[in-house]
Design a protein around this ligand. Structure first.
Ligand SMILES: [Mg+2]
Length: 215
């Protein structure tokens, strides 16, 4: 049972997309579509190439935006505004998750490769607004994305996070490597476990997992 593995934790770090809502809600599909059309419009490429580059930059640079900034000199703010202009209708409130997060001992924060204003909209649609002590986005890391060490250094430094007392929940497994090296407990939230030595726990049901470590 994982309770004891979290008994020292009083700072809780949550990724946003596909972590604080399940991937079945497919919110991120809309963002990917917006990224593709933004790339078609600004780079003058067709949709097939845009989709290829979107995935390629995500793999190589951590986010599509990081690749667009480094390879094409794209300005981040107009891109971020355009791709986060989506519908939140697919998201449902989760009162059980809200009450579990509210009752976690200590501080809870959100850290996303999206933006803080976007995170606030997602949290409101999930009924999770007002529960977090801080929300950090890509703009708080000088647009450097997770999984880069420098991004975690900037955000955790601003937050004053005590690494050894913290846990991180995240659906993208590569984003747990640096937190693990920093001394955080790591929880991979995803349909399938992926065996990495930097993942302490895996769950596909964040609500059930928080319930388990809270009792
Ligand atoms: Mg995510």
């Amino acid at each position: 049972m994982p309770q004891n593995a979290f008994s020292h934790v009083n700072e809780w770090v949550f990724d946003l997309d596909n972590t604080l809502y399940p991937p079945e809600m497919r919110l991120f599909d809309q963002i990917e579509m917006k990224m593709r059309s933004y790339m078609v419009d600004t780079l003058g490429i067709d949709d097939t190439e845009a989709n290829h580059l979107r995935k390629h930059y995500w793999e190589v640079h951590g986010t599509t935006l990081a690749g667009l900034m480094r390879e094409h000199g794209i300005e981040p703010d107009p891109f971020l505004t355009a791709v986060h202009d989506i519908s939140f209708e697919a998201l449902q409130p989760d009162p059980d998750l809200a009450s579990l997060i509210k009752n976690l001992p200590g501080r809870s924060i959100v850290y996303t490769n999206g933006t803080k204003p976007y995170a606030e909209q997602v949290l409101a649609a999930r009924g999770l607004d007002g529960l977090f002590d801080a929300i950090y986005g890509i703009e708080h890391a000088d647009y450097l994305p997770k999984p880069e060490r420098g991004a975690f250094d900037r955000v955790f430094g601003q937050d004053g996070l005590t690494h050894k007392n913290a846990a991180m929940f995240e659906d993208e497994v590569r984003n747990l490597e640096v937190p693990h090296a920093m001394g955080l407990r790591t929880v991979h939230v995803a349909p399938e476990p992926i065996g990495h030595d930097y993942v302490h726990f895996h769950t596909y049901d964040l609500t059930a997992f928080l319930h388990q470590i809270s009792t």
